[in-house]
Ligand binder design. Structure first.
Ligand SMILES: Nc1ncnc2c1ncn2[C@@H]1O[C@H](COP(=O)(O)OP(=O)(O)OP(=O)(O)O)[C@@H](O)[C@H]1O
Ligand SMILES: [Mg+2]
Length: 339
């Protein structure tokens, strides 16, 4: 732990080494094509170089979202705040109150945010990092997965290593791909690699003293070993009417030239039942474009512009996004309530 503290104190976000500049492809010399022998100086050099490149895959970002702007039900917010308190008062819990005696791995905090697309999981990850004053490393599955056997596990290790060195919060998007059940019926080497990656993930999680946040639309795919290691599972549900009302207010900046009376604001809330905050964001942008296209920069965005954009959003979900046999169809159509 002491080491971790020293590491994080020494490596500032700006100073963190960057290895993500494009590398010029140069044909290898014969000497370079010969595999270095394990343990030889050249092997160590090659290994260090490959780790350096791996670390460069993960960049520490400054989080943007704030907890006060996160629109969730009161019970969800309370859950989130309890977890933040656990992290902020870690030393009190584990040293002063003696929890370290019963919970040797307790210094880690893993949080799982699950819910439908656009409900604010990424936003909440940002808000958590912001609240803790930490930088954030976003590690998504596409970046971590590698088609070469064994590479995925190395990339997972690198993500944790970078987070330790920079004291950043580690955010795994599409976490169901990484935390999925281990396979019991192994038929090919790629199955074995999947299990190796998942075992490495378990080990890294156990020994990582920092904060890890997972986000998924498919938490039911998680391996139970991961479920147990995650302290807080927080549902990010589709917003109810009260949350939608707050989301609408939050997504319409004071300078946006909207023309809406009180009843029309209520209509926006009722028309967007079944849609998420991410949809409301898109609807606002689209409605603004519709008004601008019609009237130019002196435009007024009216209820009708919003209804057109809401209709487009519902249609897109129904025709593009929804599974073919989905029963959860959203009523599309301008002027219909959809409630
Ligand atoms: N609960 C929320 N509170 C505040 N803003 C929200 C909320 N949900 C969505 N938004 C808005 O929608 C945008 C997109 O949300 P976000 O990317 O966090 O959703 P997500 O759950 O991560 O979606 P996905 O599952 O597709 O990754 C946010 O940047 C924010 O503007
Ligand atoms: Mg997301």
């Amino acid at each position: 732990m002491e080491n971790d503290r020293r590491l994080s104190a020494n490596v500032s976000r700006d100073e963190a080494p960057r290895f993500d500049e494009p590398v010029q492809a140069v044909a290898p010399t014969v000497e370079e094509r010969v595999e270095p022998v394990i343990g030889s100086p050249r092997y160590k050099e090659a290994d260090a170089e490959s780790m350096a490149k791996r670390l460069g895959m993960f960049v520490v970002e400054a989080p943007r979202g704030r907890l006060k702007d996160l629109v969730v039900p009161e019970s969800t917010l309370r859950q989130l705040k309890s977890l933040l308190t656990k992290i902020k008062y870690q030393h009190v819990l584990y040293e002063d109150f003696g929890l370290g005696e019963i919970d040797p791995y307790g210094r880690r905090t893993a949080i799982n945010l699950y819910g439908p697309p656009g409900t604010g999981k990424s936003f909440a990850g940002d808000a958590i990092a912001n609240e803790l004053g930490m930088g954030m490393i976003r590690a998504n599955y596409a970046e971590i997965e590698s088609k070469y056997v064994g590479e995925t596990a190395k990339n997972i290790k690198a993500a944790f290593q970078k987070a330790r060195a920079t004291n950043a919060l580690l955010f795994f998007d599409e976490a169901d791909s990484i935390l999925g059940r281990r396979l019991s019926n192994i038929t090919q080497s790629s199955d074995h690699a999947v299990n190796v990656s998942r075992s490495v993930m378990l080990l890294e999680l156990d020994h990582f003293p920092g904060v890890t946040v997972f986000a998924t639309n498919l938490a039911s795919n998680y391996d139970t070993a991961f479920i147990r290691r995650i302290l807080g599972h927080i549902e990010m549900p589709l917003p109810d009417a009260d949350c939608r009302s707050r989301l609408w207010r939050r997504h319409i900046p004071g300078r946006l030239p909207v023309q809406l009376n009180d009843g029309e604001w209520g209509r926006l809330v009722s028309e967007t039942e079944g849609l998420a905050g991410g949809d409301i964001l898109n609807i606002v942008v689209y409605a603004t474009a519709i008004a601008l296209e019609r009237e130019g920069v002196a435009c007024r965005i009216t209820l009708n512009d919003f209804l057109l954009a809401i209709d487009a959003s519902k249609r897109a979900k129904q025709e593009v996004g929804a599974p073919k046999n989905s029963n959860a169809r959203i009523t599309a159509g301008v002027g219909r309530t959809g409630e």
